[in-house]
Design a protein around this ligand. Sequence first.
Ligand SMILES: [Zn+2]
Ligand SMILES: [Zn+2]
Length: 237
Amino acid sequence: MKVKFKEIADKVLDVIFPVDIKCLLCGKELKNNDIFCSDCLDSDIFNEGTRCIYCDAMIKEGNLVCNFCREKHHIFEKCFCPLNYNGSVRKAILSFKEDNARYLAKPFAKLICQRLEQENLQIDFIVPVPSHISSIKKRGYNPAYLLAEEVSKITNIPLYEALIKNAKTPNQKFLDYEERFLNIQYTMKVVGNNIKGKSVLIIDDVITTCATVDACATLLSNAKHIYACAVARTNLI
Ligand SMILES: [Zn+2]
Ligand SMILES: [Zn+2]
């Protein structure tokens, strides 16, 4: 299915961002039809400028690839993240992930689609990064699934839960890429064989080291093309 993000995304714009709403990130009242307040806009929220052609991390002007991707071959082809994971973006995403702010799934999905429409990709399935049943019970939802659901609605590309998580991932906080990758890979498995020869888009909420999306992509490696996206990206430079 050919992606026609712009056409479809424009149609839903009014529904997602009605007049007299609050700033999507910090909750400040807005007087016009913007989605971010001027304070948030001034705080470098967009992941734009020169970015790594693989992992979408900010890099120095004139470069194509970040230091990490120069050493590391990713299983996915490219990833896309519209926002920087810091300041008010970080707060909003934490609310979305941990504090039941499910209403953010729609506008976040819209931002992802705006980013994707610049790429003219052919995508057959949208695959959310899975969550373990204990996390879903605790939160009431899988944030990545909510995003995938909304991106699917905007683009008409089917959502397909190709991965399930059958064990909890140990705390990843102080682990490096390889340790994270192995930890995550062993906690997931593939369901069915529908993605063979297809193009898939993996969706997560935040991308940090790319270990999670690489682990997902490894399990989906019989797909023809594998892309990844998230609302925001940590930028380490
Ligand atoms: Zn704001
Ligand atoms: Zn990179």
